[in-house]
Design a protein around this ligand. Structure first.
Ligand code: PLP
Length: 391
């Protein structure tokens, strides 16, 4: 490998959300990585820092070209400049779009278990969540289209938030599934926000299909959120993009982003994104291979040491979704026990709603040494918990 993902970086006392934990604790919860970002990004940001001038920043043509080039190269989808708008984050963009596309009291569909902050975007804006729970057959998740259609047909439903790839269950939705979502949403006049923030983090030989690329229907009813922040570990750079191919819909969404004041870049946001998108391919390829190895390592270790924990086969993200229902129907208790007895900090699945009360989520985007420490703590914690309940 050309890039060093084994390097341990001390993130304590750096104002890191993830690492704001007690001495001896090991955080493997929030979705940020313990790796340095790509060298090209570090170089671009350093250059900007060394200029010593941090005045207002424009969104240059190069930023649009960088997004268009990356999606064409890596995902076979050709976007146009006029479809894109800079935004400070996927969540600010979703909240803003929810406000533009729905009225207070409307229903917004999410497919659970799902990234919990979607609830904030919807409920803090005075809209209702309608859960379309994903179906789980013990091995993988799929969409429950009968239930989806029932919920789409409700007269108060005006929007659906799709998560592709899906956090936390890690599935990449295929073209047929996405086409069916598009067809149903179109039938009931429901718009789709497609959150594709995890799209660059698929398993090495797995591609992802941008929702807007599926067909004209999907293209015309969609607002897609893209970002370099997950794949390049740039969460605090506040740098994302919204892609809206339909001109009239774009006018509504882009005006919303502007009037909500979430369309102005900070000093580093543009340089970081351009560097990641233009010069990050090689680093990204190695990162995906490293994460894939980490996933395989954890799965194998747990299959051996804790065969009753079912680690779901996932095609994307660096998040492990593990069924712990043999041990508990309350993963909060299990996670609290693990944290108290071993210092390992992971997320109980019910945070993500749906069938999350059977699961825990573990972030494996860390050096191998950190991972093996985490996995050992997990095994010790689960065994201790099992003993304490007489399992
Ligand atoms: C599905 C999903 N969307 C959005 C975000 C956050 O996006 P941002 O930091 O750009 O607001 C996350 C972070 O984990 C995520 O998993």
């Amino acid at each position: 490998m050309k890039f060093d993902f084994d390097e341990i970086i001390n993130r304590r006392d750096t104002y890191s959300v993830k690492w704001d934990v007690s001495k001896g604790e090991l955080p493997m919860w929030v979705a940020d990585m313990d790796f340095k970002t790509a060298p090209a990004v570090i170089k671009a940001v350093t250059r900007r820092a060394e200029s010593g001038v941090f005045g207002y920043t424009i969104v240059p043509d190069r930023w649009y070209e960088a997004y268009i080039g990356h999606w064409k190269r890596l995902h076979g989808f050709e976007m146009k400049k006029e479809w894109l708008c800079f935004t400070t984050g996927v969540i600010p963009a979703i909240t803003s779009s929810v406000k533009r596309l729905t009225n207070p009291g409307d229903n917004v569909i999410v497919q659970t278990p799902v990234y919990n902050i979607f609830y904030n975007c919807v409920e803090n804006s005075g809209r209702h969540i309608l859960e379309n729970a994903l179906a789980f057959d013990g091995k993988k998740y799929s969409m429950d289209f009968d239930d989806l259609e029932k919920k789409l047909s409700h007269p108060y439903t005006t929007l659906m938030i799709l998560c592709n790839p899906q956090n936390p269950v890690g599935c990449v939705w295929d073209k047929d599934v996405l086409a069916k979502v598009g067809r149903l949403c179109d039938k009931y006049g429901v718009k789709v926000i497609s959150d594709e923030i995890h799209c660059d983090l698929t398993e090495p030989n797995v591609g992802y299909v941008p929702f807007a690329s599926v067909n004209e229907t999907c293209k015309n009813l969609s607002v897609t959120c893209l970002s370099v922040t997950k794949a390049f570990n740039l969460a605090a750079m506040q740098s994302a993009a919204v892609c809206v191919p339909n001109e009239n819909l774009g006018r509504v969404i882009f005006r919303g982003l502007n009037s909500d004041e979430v369309a102005e870049p900070g000093a580093f946001a543009i340089d970081a994104a351009i560097a990641a998108l233009e010069d990050g391919d090689e680093w990204l390829k190695e990162l995906r291979a490293y994460i894939s190895d980490n996933r395989a390592y954890l799965t194998e270790y747990l299959n051996k040491e804790l065969p009753k924990v079912n680690v779901i086969g996932q095609n994307a993200t660096y998040l492990i979704w593990a069924d712990v229902s043999y041990y508990t129907n309350d993963p909060v208790k299990l996670c609290d026990y693990i944290r108290k007895t071993t210092g390992l900090f992971i997320t109980p699945g019910m945070v993500y709603h749906g069938d999350g009360n059977k699961f825990v989520r573990i972030n494996v985007a860390c050096p191998k040494k950190t991972l093996s420490d985490g996995v050992e703590r997990f095994v010790k914690g689960v065994k201790g918990y099992a003993n304490s309940c007489g399992k």
